[in-house]
Design a protein. Sequence first.
Length: 328
Amino acid sequence: MRYFLALLTAAAITGSSIAPANALSLPGPLAELQATLTQAAQRAPGRVAMEVKDLGSGMSSSINANAVMPAASTIKIPVMVEVFHDLQIGKFDLNHRVTLMPHDRDWGSGDIADAPVGTTYPVSQLLTQMITVSDNTAANMLIRLVGRSNINAEMHSLGLRHTRLSDYIHTAGWSIRNTLRTSPADMVSLLTDMAKKELVDEWSSQAMIDILERQEINTLIPEPLPQIPIAHKTGSLADTLNDVGIVYASNGTYVIAVMTTQLPTLSAGRRFIRRVSSMAYKDLQQLGHMRALDTLDPAAAAPDPDQDTQVWAPQTPVPATPNPETTP
């Protein structure tokens, strides 16, 4: 009864179009999460988009999941996927060395940019640096290695509708906000395949998870959670803060993507993402408990991704302010 009241409260606050058509078919914890995400989005400090998917049932809760948002450094996950695709087909191996070129350099994050031009790095090191400390120069070297058009083509072939890398990563200009684009729905789809060991192949999926679990920037999704494995990637610009990942909770694994933009401060974005992470963990632990007790209604269905709950209508991207911060 409590989650029905929560849904009615959310509808009263946001209007009847907020609740998905099949929201009431969700089991209690996910219905509660849908309601609380809606209320949180209404009070968000900027524009927000998110999706949380329980892998055990395939069901999800989402707000603005198909909104195309500034990706910031979450775009490095698609870059990593294309690298492993090329590894799988034998174009090169992890020991292949890539030479640092002048146009690879970006000082927004990481220290490879400080190395002399001509320095070489193995693909394995570039992958690790790109993900764990979000080294932008390492990312640019890998983008050059595999080809930007190939990254975009691979994402399209995987069914991602909103993910596009329109340029190399250059944080000194405002255009980065529009050249790196994705959506929570795309990130959840990609990470779901990875978690199921179906992205590229089983070995590649596990290798990518291992790298993501070594993430050193853990102030967003992991912050309010207990010490559990989380394979994730953050990203930030001057007014944008994102975190996407796979959470290996005790009662079941779930995938989460939270994206925020047009923030008054990054601190406000941090508080919002931590709050969403905490709510998702609590409700999905309850869902896992229901599954363990075999009380989960098999007739319950996930929201149709094409019936995405919108709290705001996506608009034409607004240029970022100059001098964006690093993109972790």
